[in-house]
Design a protein around this ligand. Structure first.
Ligand SMILES: [Zn+2]
Length: 269
């Protein structure tokens, strides 16, 4: 999504449909004769290039129907291309709303690009935090947005630790899960508050009118807006903030519990 790259199966089927448009519009005798032969095979129920296209469309995550017994038209193929775009949009919407690893992206960037009413072009685009930051900075941002972090919510997933037990290593409160949102935006431990305060100060000092935006939006929405902000070096500032939190996590080991009793002994919040 973040690099405006279509999934391979959607790219392949779209290219095939565009080739079909070419076959329907060309006057060249050889491809026209070959295509006529293929349509005859398909109409008779024999496997061929056109029936393969039907199966490829039906196998998309959100299937698209093609009747191989009916001769295609330019108008019909254009409708199929539109249906493939709709299929991809629906597929992405389901992925965005259902995957745990996109929870932070969903809370920060997604509302700023249109949320549930976002179009395919809104979702599949190269965003400012790629264009306006270095490779290293972009890597930090993407790691946070896709939950590829050294945070407990991610690394303890691979140790089969229940989600409710992936507690913040800094504030050590039972109800404070060590998520991207918690460490970056909500944790009250002085180390993380200092990193957050420095980032907010840099963002507001470079563009003072952002203070109004910050007062109006939730921390998650403001974070997302800063990633998409093209003024100054907003994305670079956010990347530095993320890197700082990553570094602080190296200094403090992740919190684990030997028993439910030790977990329950923590203060709630
Ligand atoms: Zn915390």
């Amino acid at each position: 999504m973040e690099l405006a790259i279509w999934p391979l199966r959607y790219r392949r089927v779209t290219l095939t449909l565009k080739f079909l448009l070419y076959l329907l519009s060309t006057d060249a005798s050889v491809p026209t004769a070959a295509f006529t032969s293929i349509l005859s095979l398909a109409k008779a129920g024999h496997p061929c290039w056109y029936t393969d296209l039907k199966h490829a469309l039906a196998a998309l995550p959100v299937p698209v129907a093609l009747d191989h017994r009916v001769a295609p038209t330019i108008e019909g193929v254009n409708l199929l291309l539109a249906a493939v775009r709709s299929s991809l949009l629906r597929h992405l919407q389901v992925a965005i709303t259902s995957r745990d690893k996109l929870e932070f992206w969903r809370a920060t960037v997604f509302p700023s690009v249109g949320g549930a009413s976002a179009s395919l072009d809104d979702i599949l685009t190269i965003r400012p935090y790629y264009r306006n930051s270095s490779v290293e900075q972009a890597r930090h941002i993407v790691r946070v947005l896709t939950s590829a972090t050294p945070f407990a919510i991610e690394i303890l997933r691979y140790q089969n630790v229940p989600r409710s037990h992936r507690v913040c290593r800094f504030c050590r409160k039972r109800l404070c899960l060590e998520t991207e949102a918690h460490l970056l935006l909500h944790c009250t431990h002085p180390i993380l508050v200092a990193a957050r305060t420095a980032a907010y100060r840099a963002l507001l000092d470079s563009v003072p009118s952002r203070a109004t935006l910050q007062a109006r939006l939730s921390p998650e929405r403001f974070f997302g807006r800063m990633l998409l902000d093209t003024l100054g070096d907003a994305a670079g500032t956010v990347a530095t903030w993320i890197e700082c939190v990553f570094e602080r996590c190296k200094d403090v080991g992740v919190l684990t519990f030997e028993s439910d009793e030790s977990f329950l002994s923590l203060p709630e919040c």
